[in-house]
Design a protein around this ligand. Structure first.
Ligand code: PMT
Length: 218
């Protein structure tokens, strides 16, 4: 079907932040809104794909027959949700901003204000995308890289570390790019491959990423 080039494809998309609990009222999180991931989900649905969106705490919402939203809070929950569906998908795209660390202990009562300093011990979270990269069979795997320095170098390292087909770099140094904005400015990087795009709406950025995916799964 010409208008539905992805009609027999299933996408896994991670989006939003993760919240790592400290105590019953506090968490470690980040500024991800889930907008970038939701726009990619909509672009894939528009091309006929089925989408499983694994979404951290976010105000984003959308209803579509071919969209399933799996809501999660923590990185561990996001990993579990991804692992439960990874063998059913053709394409996986990780737009989520996952907390690299979580509190070593979750205190079960609200922590009281007491001393002048308070130390929290953090332990490493699983790397979701790297785990999927190690399990990949026929899936096309796409990652994002949000960088503040040595952007391309860091992104290319993530590309190979996580066994990705390509990586989408966005930099905190570009105005209107990254967290929360309705716009983004990306560079797509793969082995010996680089494509730079202008600042665009996240919806247009999503179409550019889908074009790249279509070329690679044609
Ligand atoms: O949600 P928005 O407000 O629209 O903002 C969009 C965005 C800025 C969050 C998005 O465009 C983006 O850049 N997402 C990746 C953010 C990030 O945390 O990048 P990273 O360079 O730390 O991680 C590299 C890749 O590994 C990412 O695909 C990330 O999803 C994945 N990862 C990272 C750590 C981890 N423990 N598990 C992962 O899967």
């Amino acid at each position: 079907q010409e208008q539905s080039p992805l009609h027999n494809k299933t996408f896994l998309i991670t989006a939003g932040p993760t919240y790592e609990p400290i105590d019953p009222v506090r968490f470690i999180g980040n500024h991800s809104s889930g907008k970038m991931g939701m726009q990619i989900a909509k672009a894939a649905l528009h091309l006929g794909a089925k989408v499983k969106l694994v979404l951290g705490p976010s105000a984003e919402f959308y209803e579509h027959t071919n969209l399933e939203i799996l809501k999660v809070q923590t990185a561990q929950q996001m990993l579990d949700a991804c692992l439960s569906i990874f063998n059913q998908v053709d394409v996986a795209i990780a737009t989520a901003a996952v907390s690299d660390y979580r509190p070593a202990q979750v205190v079960d009562q609200k922590i009281k204000k007491k001393d002048e300093t308070l130390t929290l011990e953090l332990i490493k979270n699983p790397d979701i995308l790297k785990t999927l990269g190690a399990k990949k069979t026929n899936q096309l795997l796409v990652g994002f890289a949000l960088e503040t320095q040595n952007e391309e170098e860091n992104a290319i390292q993530k590309l190979s570390n996580k066994n990705l087909d390509f990586i989408v770099l966005n930099s905190m140094n570009n105005d209107g790019a990254g967290f929360q904005h309705n716009t983004n400015k990306i560079t797509i990087l793969a082995d010996n491959y680089k494509k730079e795009f202008d600042l665009k709406t996240k919806s247009e950025v999503a179409s550019d990423i889908l074009t790249e995916i279509l070329q690679r799964i044609a």
